[in-house]
Design a protein around this ligand. Structure first.
Ligand code: CO
Ligand code: ZN
Length: 328
C-alpha cells in the first residue's frame, strides 16, 4: 500500500490539470477491468461488468494548488489558489509547476502583523532574473502543487496530496483484488473535486448508479488543542454521517456498518462540520442516488504534510471490497 500511495502522491495533478495523474492511474489499472474510458471533462472511469446493481465508487484525482496570476518586472510571480489553500500552510514552502519548475513561496516582509497575511501579499520566487526570464518557465494561468516528500514513520504516512490520492490508492487496491459479485462496478477517479465536486457531477449523470460510495479524507480531532471531533488517525475508516454537502443515505450507512462489523475491523463515525465531498454532487444526480462515503482520517489536510495511518487505508480497502460484493 505504501509504495502505491508514494507513487500516486508524487504525480502532478492540480484541479483542472489531471492529465498526468490520470495516465498513471490508467496504466496501473489496465488489464483488471472490462472497460476503461475518459469522459468529456476528464474523469477516468473503469467498469467491471455485471448483471446486478450498478455501484459507483469515487475518489478524486485532483489536488489543491496555486495558479500564477501576474509576473512582475523582477520575475516574482503573484498567485491565487486552486481549491482551498491556507496562506499560513503555503508560507515558506516549495511549489512545483507542471513542467518541473520549482519556486519558493514567501511574503512581503513589510507586513505589520502576521494575521494580515493573505495570498495576495505573497509571491513565488523561481530564481528568475526578470519577467522575461521567468516567462521562459512559467506563464500566467500555469498551476503548481506543493512539494512534499512521501515518507512513512511508524504507521503514519506523511505527504502532500494524500487528499485524495490515498482514496485513489484504496480504489485501485480494491479494483485489483476484484471481489466475486454480480454487481456492475464503476470505479471513478474524478476531476476538480477541490473546485466544487465538478467531476463527480458529470460522471454520476452518465452512469446513473443505484448506489454510490466515495473514498476521501476527513479531518481528525486527535492533535494538540485542535477542534473537537470524534475521528482519530488509526481508529479505522470513518463512515460518513454528514458533511456540508450531504447527509449520507441510511441504507449506505447501514451497509458500511454491517460490513465493518462482519469483518471485525475498527470503524468510526464522521460528522464533518466544514467542507463537502464527491457524494454531495452524486446523490443529487438525476432522480437521486443513495450515497455515502468511507473517510480516511487525515491530519493537516491541504498542507504539504498531510498525515494518515496506513492501517486505516488497509481497512478502508477491506471494507469497500466487502460492501461492493453485497447482494442487493
Ligand atoms: Co481536499
Ligand atoms: Zn478530498
Amino acid at each position: 500500500m505504501f509504495d502505491l500511495v508514494k507513487k500516486l502522491t508524487g504525480i502532478f495533478g492540480v484541479s483542472g490539470n489531471e492529465e498526468e495523474i490520470r495516465e498513471v492511474i490508467k496504466s496501473e489499472i489496465t488489464g483488471y477491468v472490462d472497460d476503461i474510458y475518459v469522459d468529456p471533462i476528464g474523469n477516468l472511469i473503469a467498469v467491471k461488468k455485471g448483471t446486478g446493481k450498478k455501484i459507483m465508487l469515487a475518489a478524486h484525482m485532483d489536488e489543491i494548488g496555486i495558479m500564477a496570476t501576474f509576473i512582475d518586472d523582477d520575475g516574482f510571480i503573484r498567485f491565487s489558489n486552486v481549491g482551498w489553500v491556507s496562506q499560513y500552510y503555503a508560507l515558506g514552502q516549495r511549489v512545483k509547476f507542471k513542467n518541473g519548475a520549482v519556486g519558493a513561496v514567501f511574503y512581503e516582509e513589510k507586513l505589520d502583523e502576521m494575521k494580515n497575511l493573505k495570498l495576495s501579499k505573497m509571491y513565488i520566487d523561481i530564481g528568475a532574473k526578470n519577467r522575461e526570464d521567468a516567462e521562459k518557465k512559467v506563464r500566467i494561468g500555469d498551476t503548481a502543487c506543493f512539494v512534499g516528500d512521501t515518507v512513512q514513520e511508524g504507521d503514519m504516512i506523511i505527504s502532500k496530496a494524500l487528499d485524495d490520492r490515498s482514496g485513489c490508492a484504496v480504489l485501485i487496491k480494491v479494483l485489483k483484488e476484484m471481489p466475486e459479485t454480480e454487481n456492475e462496478l464503476y470505479f471513478v477517479f474524478t476531476v476538480q473535486e477541490e473546485l466544487g465536486l465538478r467531476g463527480a457531477k458529470t460522471s454520476a449523470y452518465r452512469i446513473m448508479p443505484d448506489m454510490a460510495i466515495a473514498v476521501d479524507v476527513t479531518d481528525t480531532g486527535d492533535t494538540p488543542e485542535c477542534e473537537l471531533m470524534e475521528v482519530k488517525c488509526g481508529g479505522g475508516p470513518a463512515i460518513k454521517i454528514k458533511d456540508r454537502s450531504i447527509m449520507a443515505h441510511p441504507d449506505v450507512k447501514r451497509l458500511l456498518e454491517e460490513s465493518a462489523r462482519e469483518l471485525g475491523i475498527p470503524y468510526q463515525y464522521e460528522v464533518l462540520e466544514k467542507g463537502g465531498s464527491d457524494p454531495g454532487a452524486i446523490h443529487l444526480t438525476g432522480g437521486g442516488v443513495p450515497s455515502g462515503a468511507i473517510s480516511i482520517p487525515c491530519r493537516y489536510i491541504h498542507s504539504p504534510v498531510e498525515t494518515v495511518n496506513i492501517n486505516d487505508l488497509e481497512n478502508a480497502a477491506k471494507l469497500l471490497k466487502k460492501c461492493i460484493a453485497a447482494k442487493m
